[in-house]
Design a protein around this ligand. Sequence first.
Ligand SMILES: [Zn+2]
Length: 73
Amino acid sequence: MAFPIKVCVVCSEEFELKPDKPGFANRCPSCSEPESADSLGEGPMDADERKAAAEANEARRKAIRDLLYRKDS
Ligand SMILES: [Zn+2]
């Protein structure tokens, strides 16, 4: 069974667009994996990295909030 051949918009590789392919229809399977589009040859973020990123985000938000509070009072 033949599937339509598409060109990935991220890496320009040709790939078969299978009906059950997860992710975007214009991205190849490896570019459709979450969190991996901009990675530098590394695999997807694992749980620890995700947690660290979330904590960094939270810390930044808290810092901004503290800054705003200080300005107000
Ligand atoms: Zn790709």
